[in-house]
Design a protein around this ligand. Structure first.
Ligand code: FES
Length: 271
């Protein structure tokens, strides 16, 4: 391609590319859009987020940690909703916690690269003309708020701990003697895979590399940090795959628990 051709300003969607460059942004828009619509719907429901059949206790990751809930549920605060919640506004415990997972994904470097293309066409794809004439970068509002990512990362670590606890808890079932007994249900495995997926995504974050050694001047002299850094770097190289896997699986975990709670699916006990 001639140099003058490279410098030419393209109109929106104009490109010399001959491949189907629009397929990937279109598929990503469909996948992200489907997840956002489902997660919003599930979060608003405020019901069927916990399955307790057969002595199990599976909590949907969309509602964990369960800050408020019904009596008998693993709620953190002994009330159904906060006292300050407006009486005219329907309440769902998911409203109080979704900011954490939504915050880290919206500000994630990988997702940014996707939704800037798929939803804002900015640009629609590499070497394809974009709708705007100026480039503002992420130096002014609202995109400067993407810098909050490093803080959402710490919230995400907290959620990994909580979801890991939920996964471990799901391997303990209430017996007829009212004691807890070890067991394995399909739901236990679903929640375990969910915790692994969210953990793999979170600890593969660029902020994680900084936390586990990237901030040191001479990493090779700190053996433990170096080992952790290498480990999270491995996760980081697969960050895209972890991002997709964890997003799809967290949605599936909610679907699984919801359908079991509604009596549509049966949670098979393996052990
Ligand atoms: S870069 Fe994706 S979670 Fe931090």
């Amino acid at each position: 391609m001639a140099y003058s051709e490279l410098l030419k300003r393209r109109g929106f969607g104009e490109t010399s590319r001959r491949d189907r460059w629009w397929v990937q942004p279109l598929l990503i828009a469909a996948a992200l859009g489907t997840f956002v619509v489902y997660a919003t719907w599930a979060g608003i429901q405020g019901a069927h987020y916990i399955y307790t059949g057969g002595g199990a206790e599976y909590l949907s990751p969309f509602y964990s940690p369960l800050l408020y809930g019904q009596e008998g549920e693993p709620r953190w605060i002994a009330a159904t909703h906060p006292s300050w919640w407006p009486s005219w506004l329907p309440f769902s415990s998911a409203f109080l916690i979704l900011a954490g997972p939504v915050g880290i994904r919206v500000t994630c470097y990988y997702y940014r690269g996707n939704y800037y293309k798929s939803f804002w066409a900015d640009p629609p794809a590499c070497a394809v003309g974009e709708p705007r004439k100026s480039y503002l970068g992420e130096n002014s509002l609202p995109l400067i708020l993407q810098n909050l990512h490093r803080y959402f990362f710490y919230i995400a670590i907290f959620l990994v701990v909580v979801l890991s606890y939920d996964a471990l808890r799901s391997f303990w079932f209430h017996g007829a003697d009212e004691k807890l007994h070890f067991g394995v249900g399909v739901g236990s495995l679903v929640l375990l895979v969910n915790a692994v997926g969210i953990g793999g995504y979170t600890f593969g974050c660029h902020c994680s590399r900084h936390l586990f050694g990237g901030r040191k001047d001479c990493l090779s002299k700190a053996a433990v940090s170096k080992a952790c850094y290498d480990c999270v770097s491995t996760l980081n190289r697969g960050h895209m795959r972890w991002a997709w896997f964890s997003m799809v699986w967290v949605g599936f975990a909610d679907v699984y628990i919801r359908l079991c709670s509604m009596g549509i699916w049966t949670d098979w006990r393996i052990l």
